[in-house]
Structures are given as structure tokens and as C-alpha cells.
Design a protein. Sequence first.
Length: 295
Amino acid sequence: METLVQDNLGEGGVASAEDRRTIRWSSVVAGALAAGAMSFILIGFGVTIGLGVSSASPTWRDASAALALLSGLYLIIQAIISFGFGGYIAGRTTRPAPAIATIEDDGERRDGLHGLMSWALAVLLGAALLALLGAAAIDRSPMRSSAGNTSAAEPLLSYELDKLFRAPRRPANTDLREARAEAGRILMTSSSHSGVSTDDRTYLVQQVAALTGLAAPDSERRVDALIADSKTSINRARRNSIIVAFSVAAATLIGAAVAWAAAVAGGRHRDGEPLPNWMASSNRFHRTPRAMPVP
């Protein structure tokens, strides 16, 4: 009889250990969807109040470094809120840890793992959605049909290229796409260490004089001014891109830690265990009183 009881306990312990390692994917998906929805709402608020350094308007290039830093800080804050909310949902909705445990904090690790998985799923879904939207935008772009006559400078230096070939009179149906693409590629070198070479500058002066009808001295002054403007615009865009990219990476990494901690707090709230100090206020939303942490 004693051997039979021990065998049953051993089998129960093995089953509990297997159940303890099982991830409840419904809770993971619920947490990821909650994090994605909250992130969409917060980013929508941020765009509404102007916290962004990209726009369809050329004036986005005039965004200051302070605006880029503020936008990056808002990205980190919204990631903390969104992934915290998603992690809490994942930890709260998963099944409790089994009573038989070989590790004292196994339940917290299990809940934290669910929060981390919901964070990973939300990040992957967001990246896939952005990739699909970017691919669709490229396919529908009118520049794609004439890729040979365009360059990477066109969306960044479109205003400078407009000013470069601006003319009071021009024959009708004049195609400037090839000239703009070539001039854009030359202006992109203005931010390099050596800058625009002398041969490229001379060629731009000749092109401006031929297509606009300006005299040689006026063409030189226009080319020199726009080379300086292009360098400033490229450096500003590079600076803002670095700030935003670093903020996105930092927000994603911080979101992983927040999702883990929030999932652990959600699991403790689910089990009625003492809650962390920052979660103690959630007691009043529960029907039965919860144990409070003792200082």
C-alpha cells in the first residue's frame, strides 16, 4: 500500500512538472493583442499632438533634435505602458502554477515567461505589419515604374532639386526626371568626408545653366547654395533617424523587462498573493480583499 501511494505521488509529480512547463498560448496571444491595441492607441495620440519626425511634408526635415528626443522618449513611455498592459493580461489569464513545485519561485518564472512570450509575439506581429505596409507602399509608388530615372535623393532632397532646376520659362513637356535623378545622386555626396567633387560641381553648373537659362555666375551661386542646403538636410535627417532608431530599440528591450514584471504581478494578483507596491492599488477593483505586502 505504501509503495502504491508513493508511485501515485511520483506520477502526480511528473504530471505536475510537465504541466508546469506548458505555455498557455491563448494567454500569450491575448497579451500580445492587448499590447498591440494599447500601442496603436498611444502612438495615435503621439502623432496627433505632433510627436514625430517624419511626415509627407518637406517641413519634417526642419525638426529639431529636441523634438526627436521627445519623440523617442514618448516611444519608450508608450512601450512601457503597452507591454506592461499586455504582460499583465498574459499573466492574469494563464492557469495557476501547480501545487507541487520543486522550485520556490517556479510560479513567478512561469508567469514571467508568458509575459515575455506575449512581448515577443507583439513585436513580431508589429514588424510583419510594418513590412507589409512598406512593401505595399513601394509597389504602389509612381517612382517604381521609372526606377532608372530616380534616386534615393528624391524623397529626401526633392525641395532642393526643385530649387536647383527652377526656371521662369521652360519649354512644355520637358522631362527632367533623368536630370533630377543624376543631380540627386551628386547632391547626396555632399555629406561625405570629401564633399561634392570639383568635376561634379562643374557638371551641375553646366546642367543648371542649360536647363534653366541662367548665366554661369548665377548657376554657380545656385549650385553652391544648394550643395550646402543638401548637406544640412542630410545631416539633420541622419541625426533624427539615429535618435528614433535607438529609441525604438531601447523601447523594445525595456518592453521585455516590463512585460515580464507585469506578468509576474498579474499572476500574483490572480493567485491572491501579496502584490508589489506599485500594484497594491489594484486591490480595490477585486471583489475579495487581497493580502497586502508587509513592509
